[in-house]
Ligand binder design. Structure first.
Ligand SMILES: Cc1ncc(COP(=O)(O)O)c(C=O)c1O
Length: 467
């Protein structure tokens, strides 16, 4: 069976010949040429609506005119100077703005980096330095990036850590509440308490609380399939941290900056984080990340412990300042909340029509749609989800899956209602094709799905990210 277009195919295969396999998560042979707003065009000129939003890095939309103009202006003035030696006005302005917009009342300081991963490595460093303690507690199912600290804190795919150990020591993983795959008839309160008991287990068996530097949490787990825990659970963990001198760190890299229908996804809970990591949409996908933390904690790390030649690059910082303008002035968090509710209703309508839609989770324009073999057993349908995303690609949607079987819905927040309606018309026909059994995966993709499963060497009921 042919792929979508020969030029894309050819370029894709050329790329694969020279690129180390770890650098590409293969879904289908899409080679991007240009993009605008919520639309992406491939090298053959075919248009797609982008439901991936460049992996949640495009909240303000592709090629946002305000962001592009700010970058062009900065390029004419200063493209790069290592801000670890001598800063420039644009970088100075961004640091000040990030400290001001962070949630909570405590004075904040900022440390810049180039990727979400290095920001999470930084969180480990700042937390250890500020507390003089070594242990970090993070969660099963989390994705925090792929630098050594971040990958050690993550917990969503054995293939990510296979062959690369030893990992960063003294990181303990605890279960993250799942309100979909819970016990029969369990209430939200019961779920919160059951998982809080699991959270406490290490502390009562082998982990002295006074040796724990921080708890690192995604307020909504993105790569696990958009999973939001009960507020009661998060707040209990937070209170336990405060009572025991443990810092509370939140990873807002995927879910922050309006994505989850609020400026910060931690605003779903009654908490004030000590340390926050941000990246992705911060500079509209330009390489920039930040750790924003309480000033007294941020002061504890010595010079050069977390500094990079290109961190705070002025073009990236100009992009970030302009992106923040767009997010704030165009009220993107509020738009995300309203359009997310609209999208949720559309998915619920489709769920009433198609039995294989097991769960619809939507927090802002930020959704995880479970494709299951059976609504009662909730068994993940990985092959089904692979077919659905492939047909969606054929029909003009960029759609990928999380945790094997969960459709990832994260369009740029500037997507219009007209585009959203088009998305749901296409999805309806894709789902109908799936129900009618008429979607055939190309041989190459079928083979890839099998290989992917084999190299993971884990049971069918396992749970992974990025596939
Ligand atoms: C929650 C979360 N944290 C950290 C990262 C790592 O960010 P980066 O890929 O920019 O290193 C990601 C990326 O997907 C993420 O989703």
């Amino acid at each position: 069976m042919a792929w979508e277009n020969e030029l894309g195919d050819q370029l894709f295969h050329e790329h694969q010949q020279h690129l180390a396999p770890t650098g590409l998560i293969q879904y289908y042979n899409l080679v991007v040429d240009h993009a605008q707003g919520a639309e992406v065009f491939d090298v053959a000129g075919k248009r797609y609506i982008d439901l991936l939003g460049s992996a949640a890095a495009m909240n303000a939309g592709h090629s946002n005119p305000h962001v592009m103009q700010a970058m062009r202006k900065q390029i004419d003035q200063l493209v790069s100077y290592d801000a670890g030696y001598f800063p420039n006005p644009t970088t100075i302005k961004l640091v000040e703005r990030l400290a001001a917009i962070a949630p909570g009342n405590a004075p904040k300081k900022v440390s810049l980096g180039t990727s979400g991963s290095d920001a999470n490595d930084g969180i480990i460093k700042f937390a250890r330095a500020a507390t003089g303690r070594t242990y970090i507690v993070s969660f099963d199912g989390s994705y925090h990036g792929t630098t050594m600290g971040a990958i050690s804190a993550g917990g969503c795919d054995p293939n990510m850590v296979r062959k690369i150990g030893p990992l960063v020591p003294n990181i303990v993983h605890v279960p993250y509440p799942d309100m979909y795959r819970c016990l029969p008839n369990e209430t939200e309160h019961e779920i919160a308490m059951r998982y809080f008991d699991s959270f406490m287990l290490p502390f009562t068996t082998y982990l002295p609380a006074e040796e724990v530097a921080c708890v690192l949490i995604e307020p909504i787990q993105g790569d696990a399939g958009m999973i939001k825990p009960p507020a009661e659970f998060v707040e209990l963990v937070y209170q336990f941290c405060h009572a025991n001198g443990i810092l509370f760190a939140v990873d807002e890299i995927n879910q922050g900056l309006g994505r989850a229908g609020k400026m910060w996804s931690s605003e779903y809970y009654d908490i004030e984080a000590d340390l926050i990591s941000v990246g992705k949409s911060l500079a509209s996908g330009m390489p920039l990340s930040a750790i924003i933390g309480k000033a007294d904690l941020m002061d504890q790390l010595g010079t050069s412990a977390h500094v990079f030649t290109t961190a705070g690059n002025p073009v990236c910082c100009a992009a970030a300042l302009a992106t923040l303008d767009v997010i704030q002035h165009e009220h993107l968090p509020e738009k995300s909340a309203a359009d997310g509710e609209y999208a949720k209703q559309q998915f619920l309508r489709l769920q009433a029509k198609y039995n294989f839609i097991g769960d619809v989770r939507m927090y802002g324009l930020n959704g995880g749609i479970e494709i299951v073999k059976d609504r009662l057993t909730k068994e993940r349908d990985r092959d089904g989800a692979a077919k659905i995303i492939f047909r969606a690609f054929q029909k003009g949607l960029i759609l990928v899956k999380l945790a094997g079987n969960v459709l990832r819905f994260q369009p740029p927040l500037v997507i219009t209602r007209v585009q959203l309606d088009e998305v749901f018309t296409i999805l309806d026909s894709v789902f109908a094709d799936f129900e009618n059994g008429v979607i055939e995966l190309p041989h190459e993709l079928k083979k890839y799905e099998l290989v992917k499963r084999a190299i993971k060497k884990i049971p069918v009921m396992g749970f992974f990210c990025h596939n």
